[in-house]
Design a protein around this ligand. Structure first.
Ligand SMILES: [Ca+2]
Length: 300
């Protein structure tokens, strides 16, 4: 017993193109020209998309130390955010309204490569304290280095919180912006992190199994039965476990959402991906036409 399979819709269309090609030898030259124009146009669109994406992107080399602010361990992360990525945050509210909403600004978008780069830069044998210290170094202002994040005041007189990608794109922020960025990177790396608020300041704290050993001014905080270590995100040179304000000033803690899953940032790849798809489609079409032309030549 034999079975026959009818050709698919696509196959029928391709066969129709082949038949047209064979029956219309006088129009082949024109068809080839059209295909060449389409191919070049597609390549041009793809190239333009990539160049426009690059031109509209904000790029910064952001410095950090992997070994407790030892100048010889200075490393950089080559940060880039495109216009579409940045625009998606521009229309959002940046006013926390309630102190309870600060943690709502924590966002892992675009942070996974940064978090991984910082962790990898610390080496395979780095302790949790050393990794967190490198993240802290990444967000802290470095007066001597122009290529780094810096403390920046809010743009207006009202309290304003930047999302992490905005702090990176703007080149810095104030205490809450930098704490939100730090907490987001720490959470992306899998560290349980909280935000600590006072009347006029904010910093983060990270839960570590082992107490930090690189400071003699350790100020551990206990929250819901677990020990967290302060991370002062402004200024320069604060170590994990040190606190810039007295205990009495602390008003409360905010839990940061768990974000330790790699995030595929589709927006970041949108323009280059569109360009790549256009090129692939045009190449496939051109190959198909070339194959048809070969068939026609053999028949002729
Ligand atoms: Ca602020």
């Amino acid at each position: 017993m034999s079975t026959t399979t009818s050709p698919s819709w696509l196959q029928r269309k391709l066969d129709a193109v082949d038949a047209w090609w064979v029956k219309n030898p006088d129009k082949r030259g024109k068809a080839i020209k059209v295909m060449m124009i389409l191919w070049l146009s597609g390549f041009g669109v793809a190239l333009t998309a990539v160049l426009v994406d690059d031109a509209l992107s904000i790029k910064r080399d952001l410095a950090f130390y992997t070994n407790f602010d030892d100048p010889s361990t200075l490393s950089y992360y080559h940060f880039k955010v495109n216009a579409i990525q940045k625009q998606q945050y521009s229309s959002r509210s940046h006013i926390p309204g309630s102190p309870l909403y600060y943690a709502g600004f924590c966002d892992p978008t675009g942070l996974y490569p940064i978090a991984k780069h910082i962790k990898d830069s610390c080496g395979a044998f780095a302790t949790d304290e050393e990794i967190i210290q490198a993240v802290l170094s990444f967000v802290q202002g470095k007066p001597a280095l122009s290529n780094s994040l810096h403390y920046m005041l809010d743009p207006g007189s009202t309290e304003y919180v930047r999302y992490p990608l905005e702090t990176l794109a703007d080149g810095g922020g104030d205490c809450d912006c930098l704490s939100v960025l730090f907490a987001s990177i720490a959470e992306v790396l899998g560290y349980d992190t909280i935000l600590i608020g006072t009347m006029d300041h904010m910093f983060a704290a990270v839960r570590l199994v082992l107490a930090p050993v690189h400071t003699s001014d350790l100020k551990p905080l206990v929250y819901k039965g677990f020990t967290y270590y302060p991370c002062e995100c402004t200024g320069f040179g604060w170590f994990v476990g040190e606190m810039a304000v007295p205990f009495a000033d602390i008003m409360g803690a905010l839990e940061v959402p768990i974000m330790n899953q790699p995030v595929v940032d589709t927006v970041a790849w949108m323009l280059p991906a569109i360009g790549a798809v256009v090129v692939i489609v045009i190449i496939l079409k051109a190959r198909k036409q070339r194959r048809s032309m070969n068939v026609a030549t053999k028949i002729a």
